[in-house]
Design a protein around this ligand. Structure first.
Ligand code: ZN
Ligand code: ZN
Length: 371
């Protein structure tokens, strides 16, 4: 690992430690059991295994079991490592006691009640204090290195979409298309898909989070085709939705498509740093309401994307977030007509001081989306 990346991790850990200290805590414990806090641990250390305990104080210590010791020595050479076997809480307890900590913070979003009870029972005399989403808060604003990874993931996502469109022919099944696209991504450099790829034909496109099931639907002329897809590269995700018409679309599809596209563009034009999540959502929502489809846009406008495909901030009518420079967010208005079709157009963009820098380039104009 280059020194530069090490410095980045160090500075992230320092920010967390500052926050913990200011809150009167003596340490902060990042606890990932069976990957329970994978994303935060990866963000703070670069560790990509599923079991890790990271005790953050003035002298941070990484703990893992023998399955990952070698990986930690290679991936995190700058961090002191302690191996814990079997009853990991015993090793953790010893370390907390050795450091005389009596008040240790942990993440309320990823620590289960069961885990918290276990810690309180097995490590008596230490107060474990759940705090809400401190590392998630740090993760919201991306540095240029993170943005570069997301950009690369988006490039591959779009190349795959171009490829898969050429594979469409009457009779192909949704799940086969999804599987072939996933294989294409893996063969072409993706670590993984960012989520179960959504490929929805016809009336299935009206379900915002449709997942193809066995016995799913075959493609026919005149179908709406919706792809909601993304990959993971360098640990970071992409997220992209495009809606197509396979053959000549019905009149209402054209109308709805133009409306959703207009809402998408309106939001992209107006969002910038300083705008609240509620305001951002409103830019698109007003367009769709004005077009007469208020009830048919049932979800928020977008979400943050990073190590996880859905992470803070949220862009919605209930959001409490304010957009800041360096956040990476989706802009994805949709209109869904149950039993008939749905249209969603999702772009991914970086929030900059004066506007959005859109990372997705895939065409949206009607001529290009009629296949
Ligand atoms: Zn998506
Ligand atoms: Zn999304």
């Amino acid at each position: 690992m280059g020194d530069k990346r090490m410095d980045i991790y160090r500075s992230r850990v320092e920010k967390l430690w500052d926050k913990a200290r200011e809150a009167g805590l003596e340490a902060f414990l990042v606890l990932s059991i069976e990957g329970s806090d994978f994303a935060n641990l990866f963000y703070l250390t670069g560790f990509s295994g599923s079991f890790g305990l990271f005790l953050v104080d003035s002298d941070p210590l990484f703990m893992t079991d023998p399955r990952y010791s070698e990986q930690v020595r290679t991936e995190l050479p700058y961090l002191p490592l302690k191996e814990v076997r079997g009853k990991w809480y015993e090793g953790l307890g010893e370390e907390i006691k050795r450091r005389d900590h009596t008040k240790v913070g942990l993440n309320s979003r990823t620590t289960t009640v069961k885990l918290l009870e276990l810690l309180r029972e097995k490590i008596p005399g230490v107060e474990f204090v759940p705090v809400d989403g401190w590392v998630e808060e740090l993760r919201m604003v991306k540095d240029e290195g993170e943005i570069e990874r997301i950009r690369a993931a988006m490039r591959l996502t779009e190349e795959g979409l171009s490829w898969v469109l050429k594979q469409l022919e009457p009779g192909v099944m949704e799940r086969d298309v999804a599987l072939e696209l996933e294989m294409w991504y893996r063969k072409n450099g993706a670590e993984d898909v960012a989520f179960d790829l959504i490929v929805a034909f016809g009336e299935h496109s009206a379900m915002p989070h449709y997942r193809p099931h066995p016995g799913d639907r075959a493609l026919k002329r005149g179908d709406v085709v919706l792809f909601d897809i993304g990959v993971r590269m360098g640990g970071y995700c992409s997220d992209l939705t495009r809606t197509f018409s396979y053959g000549d679309p019905p009149e209402e599809f054209r109308r709805v498509y133009e409306l959703v596209w207009k809402a998408n563009e309106e939001a992209i034009r107006k969002i910038k740093a300083g705008i609240s999540g509620v305001e951002a959502d409103g830019f698109a929502r007003r367009v769709i309401e004005g077009g007469g489809y208020k009830e048919e846009f049932g979800h928020g406008l977008g979400h943050g994307v990073g190590i996880q495909v859905h992470e803070p901030p949220r862009l919605s009518f209930t959001s409490e977030d304010t957009l800041r420079e360096g956040m990476v967010v989706t802009v994805e208005p949709g209109v869904y007509l149950p039993g008939r079709f749905g249209v969603r157009i999702e772009d991914l963009a970086v929030v900059r001081a004066d506007g959005l820098e859109v990372l997705s380039r895939f065409p949206k104009n009607l001529e290009e989306i009629v296949l």
